[in-house]
Design a protein around this ligand. Structure first.
Ligand code: G6P
Length: 600
C-alpha cells in the first residue's frame, strides 16, 4: 500500500529517496513519484508502473530536500496525474499523502469556485491547494490550518519552494516516523525505508505535526527516541530468489525469537513482560474477542481454540472489517486482543478505537515495534519475527500462533490450568523451532508436488478443530501467491455443500495429523475419494496407513494438538510458494494486494 519517504540533510536527496522507495516496493504499488527542491526550479517526476521500468531515464536533480511516494490507488484511477506528489496551482508546494481525505469532494468544489485549477482526480490534491490557500509565509502554519478542515486519515510530507528549508510532516491514523540521523533527517511510512541511514526513530502520534530542517527538527510535543531492533540485512533477500521463500525458511529462527526468554518450564507458564503491569486485571477477564484481518485472522482462529480449551475463557474471533458494523455485545469483563503483523491495518485500528471507546482492556499481538496497534493497546506481546517484506504473511503467522500459545499459558495458569499441563505445553513449545526446521528439509519434495499439481485450477483444503484455521490459511496462501482458486473448509461441513465441487479435477489438501479428530478426518477423506477427487494429506510421521487412502502425503512431526497448526502451515506455505513460482507470478508482490492495508 502507499509508501512515503522524505529526506533533508547535506547529501543529494534523490538517490536516498530512490533507495527508500525501493525498500517500500514490497508493500505493493501502482505508481510512484518524487519531488526535490533544487534551489531554482523544483524537480517533479511521477509515473504509473514500477520504478525499475524508468530507472534508466531518471534525471539527476540537485537538491538536498525531497519527498517521494509509492501509490496504491484508492480514489482516482492509476494515472501519472493521480500519482503523488501533488502540487498547488503555481507548482510551488508539493505533497505526498497516505490515507484518505473523506470530505475531499466538498473541499474540491469549494476550491474550484475560488479559482483553483486541479490536475488530477486524486483526493490528496485538495491538500496541496488548501495549503496554498492558507500559506502566509510559514509552511507548518499553512499545514496546520489545512488539516483542521479535512476529515479522514493521513500521513503527509510537504515541501515548498516558498518556505524551502524544511519538510513538514503530520499524521492521523496513518503511520509516519522520523529517522534521526547525523545532520540529516528522514521521514517514512515504514521503518524499512530509513533503516540503512539510522535506527533512531521517533514514531509520530496522531494529530502531531513535525518540522524537519537541515540541522534540527521539532515536534509540537517532546517524544522519546526509540530504537529499531531489526538488523539491516533482515530486510534483504540474503541470496534467496524471493522474500517469500526467505521468510518461510526463516521460521526456525523467527519462532525461536518469539519464544526466547518467555518459557518458564518449571512453573509451566509464560513470562510475558508486556502483560505484567495488567496481570491483575487480566485475572478477572471472563471473555475474549480476538480481532484481526487476513492471515492474522487465521492465527486468531487457532488462538480461539487454544484459549477456550486450555485457559477456559470463552473466545470469539472477529474480522476487523465487520466488527464496527455489527453490534458486538461487549461487557466490562471482556478483553479484546488485536492480532496484526504490521500493527497498521486500518480496519484493525478502527476496531481498536471502537473497543477503547467502550472502556475495555485491549491487548496487541504485533510484529512491528512502535506501530499504531502496539502503541494504542493497553498491553501486548511483540511476536519478534523481524521484518516481513513479502506481501503474503508466513513467518509472522506462525509466530502469532506461538504468541497466542504463550498467552494461553499465561491466562490458563492464572486460572485452572494444572501445573503438569502448563509444563507439557511449555516443553512442546520449546521444541517447535527444531521441528519446523525438519519440515523445511522437505522443500524439494514439496516443490515436486507443486509441479505435479500445477495444472489444477481449483483446490479444496480441509481440516477440523485446530486445523480448520490451517485449512483456511492454506487456501488463502495459494490464492494470494498462485492466483489459484481454493476453498478452506471444515472437514465436517464438506457434505453440506463443498462435496458438490469434488471430481477428478478438484484436488483436496487434507490436514489430518494423528489427533483427537483423526478418525473424523478419515471419513471426510473417504467421502472425497469416493467422488474421485485427488488427495494430498498432511499427516503425522509414522502414519503409513494413510498412503493407502490418498495420492500424496506430506509428513509433519508429532506435537501437541494445539501446536499442530504451526507445523502443518509450513508445507502449505511452501506448496503455495512453489505453485506461484511455477505459474510465473510475482510471489512477493501479488497483483492487486498490499502488505499493509492502511485504508478501510
Ligand atoms: C493484508 C496483507 C495480508 C495480511 C493482512 C492483515 O491484506 O496482504 O497478508 O494478513 O493485510 O495485515 P496485518 O498487518 O494486520 O497482520
Amino acid at each position: 500500500m502507499c509508501g512515503i519517504v522524505g529526506y533533508i540533510g547535506k547529501k543529494p536527496a534523490f538517490p536516498i529517496l530512490l533507495a527508500g522507495l525501493k525498500r517500500l516496493e514490497y508493500r505493493g504499488y501502482d505508481s510512484f513519484g518524487f519531488s526535490v527542491l533544487d534551489g531554482k526550479k523544483p524537480f517533479l517526476f511521477k509515473k504509473t508502473g514500477k520504478i525499475s521500468q524508468f530507472e534508466q531515464e531518471f534525471p539527476d536533480p540537485n537538491g538536498e530536500i525531497g519527498i517521494a511516494h509509492t501509490r496504491w490507488a484508492t480514489t482516482g484511477a492509476v494515472t501519472d496525474a493521480n500519482a503523488h506528489p501533488h502540487f498547488d496551482c503555481k507548482k510551488e508546494i508539493f505533497l505526498v499523502h497516505n490515507g484518505i481525505i473523506e470530505n475531499y469532494q466538498e473541499i474540491r468544489n469549494q476550491l474550484i469556485k475560488e479559482g483553483h485549477k486541479f490536475n488530477s482526480e486524486c483526493d490528496t490534491e485538495v491538500l496541496s491547494h488548501l495549503i496554498e490557500k492558507h500559506f502566509r509565509g510559514n509552511l507548518e502554519e499553512a499545514v496546520r490550518e489545512t488539516l483542521r478542515e479535512v476529515k479522514g486519515t493521513y500521513g503527509i510530507a510537504v515541501v515548498s519552494k516558498r518556505d524551502p528549508q524544511k519538510i513538514v510532516v503530520a499524521r492521523l491514523s496513518s503511520p509516519l516516523l522520523l529517522g534521526i540521523g547525523q545532520d540529516e533527517f528522514l521521514v517514512a511510512s515504514d521503518p524499512a525505508a530509513v533503516i540503512t541511514h539510522t535506527r533512531q526513530v521517533i514514531n509520530l502520534d496522531d494529530n502531531e505535526i513535525a518540522v524537519l530542517k537541515p540541522g534540527n527538527f521539532f515536534i509540537l510535543k517532546e517524544k522519546p527516541l526509540e530504537t529499531i531492533e531489526w538488523e539491516r540485512g533482515e530486510a534483504e533477500k540474503k541470496g534467496y530468489p524471493h522474500f517469500t521463500i526467505k521468510e518461510i525458511m526463516e521460521q526456525p529462527e523467527s519462532l525461536e525469537n518469539t519464544l526466547k526468554g518467555r518459557l518458564l518450564i518449571n512453573e509451566g507458564t509464560a513470562k510475558l513482560g508486556g502483560l505484567e503491569a495488567i496481570q491483575d486485571k487480566l485475572r478477572k477477564i471472563k471473555r475474549l474477542n480476538i480481532i484481526a484481518c487476513g492471515t492474522a485472522r487465521h492465527a486468531a482462529l487457532v488462538g480461539e481454540y487454544m484459549l477456550e480449551e486450555y485457559a477456559n475463557i470463552p473466545a470469539e474471533v472477529d474480522s476487523a472489517s465487520e466488527f464496527r458494523y455489527r453490534k458486538p455485545v461487549l461487557d466490562k469483563d471482556t478483553a479484546a486482543i488485536f492480532v496484526s503483523q504490521s500493527g497498521e491495518t486500518a480496519d484493525t485500528l478502527a476496531a481498536l478505537k471502537e473497543v477503547k471507546q467502550r472502556g475495555l482492556i485491549t491487548l496487541g499481538i504485533v510484529n512491528v515495534v512502535g506501530s499504531s496497534v502496539a502503541r494504542e493497546t493497553d498491553a501486548g506481546i511483540y511476536i519478534r519475527s523481524g521484518p516481513e517484506i513479502a506481501v503474503a504473511s508466513t513467518k509472522a503467522t506462525t509466530s502469532q500462533i506461538a504468541a497466542l500459545a504463550l498467552l494461553t499459558l499465561f491466562l490458563g495458569r492464572q486460572r485452572d490450568m494444572a501445573l503438569v499441563m502448563g509444563q507439557r505445553i511449555t516443553k512442546e513449545l520449546a521444541k517447535i523451532p527444531e521441528l519446523v526446521k525438519k519440515i523445511l528439509e522437505q522443500d524439494v519434495q514439496i516443490e515436486e508436488l507443486a509441479e505435479k499439481y500445477k495444472n489444477f485450477d481449483n483446490f479444496m483444503y480441509i481440516g477440523r478443530k485446530y486445523d480448520y484455521p490451517t485449512a483456511r490459511e492454506g487456501a488463502h496462501k495459494i490464492k494470494e501467491v498462485a492466483y489459484v482458486h481454493a476453498e478452506g473448509c471444515r472437514g465436517g461441513e464438506l457434505k453440506h455443500c463443498e462435496l458438490a465441487l469434488i471430481d477428478e479435477n478438484f484436488p483436496t489438501v487434507a490436514i489430518c495429523p494423528s489427533n483427537s479428530v483423526y478418525e473424523k478426518m478419515m471419513s471426510n477423506i473417504e467421502e472425497i475419494k469416493a467422488r474421485g477427487g485427488p488427495i494430498i494429506a498432511v499427516a503425522t510421521e509414522g502414519n503409513e496407513d494413510i498412503k493407502n487412502l490418498v495420492d500424496d502425503v506430506i509428513y509433519i512431526p508429532k506435537t501437541l494438538e494445539m501446536l499442530t497448526p504451526i507445523l502443518a502451515l509450513i508445507p502449505l506455505q511452501l506448496f503455495a510458494y512453489h505453485s506461484g513460482v511455477l505459474r510465473g507470478h510475482n510471489v512477493d508482490k501479488p497483483r492487486n494486494l498490499a502488505k499493509s492495508v492502511t485504508v478501510e
